[in-house]
Ligand binder design. Structure first.
Ligand code: UDP
Length: 215
C-alpha cells in the first residue's frame, strides 16, 4: 500500500488534506494521514494524525509527504528532515488549479483551489500557492516561498527564497530586461500594492508598498 502524509495538522494542513485525498483517489491501497510533532495520536477531520517516526517506520510499500505549513522557514527545516530520512515529497494540486505552458517547478509544490501558474515561470522547491493566488508569465520564484490567499503576482517578477506574500497583495509586473524584484526573506503585508523592488529581509505594507517602520 501507499501512505501519504500531510505534515502539519493545523489550519493549512486541514486545507491541503482534502486536495491530497482527491488527487490520490479513493483506493483501498492508499492511505492519507496527518503528521504532526505536537498533535500525534489524535484524529483530525476523520484522518489519523501520527508522528514522523511512526510515518517513516510504517510498513507501506511507498511513503511520501507534503509540507502543509505556511511558514517557509519551518518547511525548510522539515524538508531537510524528510531528505535526511529518505522520505519523498509529493506535489499537491487542487483539481481546479491551472498551470499553462513551459514552467519549471521544483518539488513539494502545493497549489490550492483556483490558484494559477501561467506560462514560463521558474519556481523553486516547496512553493505554496494558496487559494485564488496566481503567478504570471516569466516570474522567477525561489525556494520555500509562500503566497497567501489571492496574491496577484504579475509577469516578470523575481522573488527570493523564503519570501512571504500576504493575502491580497498585488505585485506590479516587471520587464524582461528589468524584473521587479522581491528579495530573499522579504514579507509583503496583506493588501499591499508593490510597485518597486523590495530589498531582502524587509517588510513592506500599504499602497504603494513602503517599508514597515516599527516603533
Ligand atoms: N509543526 C510540526 N513540526 C514542526 C513545526 C510545526 O509538526 O517542526 C506543526 C504544529 O504542531 C502545528 C502545525 O505544524 O500543528 C503548524 O500550524 P500553524 O497553525 O502554526 O500553521 P498553518 O497551519 O497556519 O500553516
Amino acid at each position: 500500500m501507499k501512505l501519504y502524509g500531510v505534515y502539519g495538522a493545523s489550519g493549512f494542513g486541514r486545507e491541503v488534506m482534502p486536495l491530497l485525498r482527491q488527487q490520490v483517489g479513493n483506493d483501498l491501497e492508499v492511505e492519507c494521514v496527518f503528521i504532526d510533532d505536537a498533535g500525534s495520536g489524535e484524529t483530525v477531520n476523520s484522518c489519523k494524525c501520527i508522528s514522523f517516526e511512526q510515518f517513516r517506520n510504517h510498513p507501506a510499500d511507498y511513503r511520501a509527504v507534503t509540507l502543509a505549513i505556511a511558514d517557509g522557514g519551518t518547511r525548510r527545516k522539515l524538508a531537510e528532515k524528510c531528505a535526511h530520512a529518505e522520505v519523498d515529497t509529493i506535489d499537491v494540486r487542487a483539481a481546479n488549479s491551472i498551470e499553462l505552458d513551459g514552467s519549471q517547478i521544483g518539488e513539494g509544490l502545493v497549489m490550492c483551489g483556483f490558484s494559477t501558474i501561467t506560462s514560463n515561470a521558474k519556481i523553486g522547491r516547496h512553493f505554496h500557492a494558496n487559494i485564488y493566488s496566481y503567478v504570471a508569465h516569466d516570474c522567477v520564484i525561489g525556494d520555500f516561498v509562500t503566497f497567501a490567499p489571492r496574491v496577484m503576482c504579475n509577469g516578470n517578477v523575481h522573488i527570493g527564497d523564503n519570501a512571504y506574500i500576504g493575502t491580497g497583495a498585488i505585485i506590479r509586473q516587471g520587464r524582461p530586461d528589468k524584473p521587479l524584484t522581491i528579495g530573499e526573506g522579504a514579507i509583503v503585508g496583506m493588501g499591499a500594492v508593490v510597485t518597486r523592488d523590495v530589498p531582502p529581509g524587509v517588510t513592506v505594507i500599504g499602497n504603494p508598498a513602503k517599508p514597515l517602520i516599527k516603533d
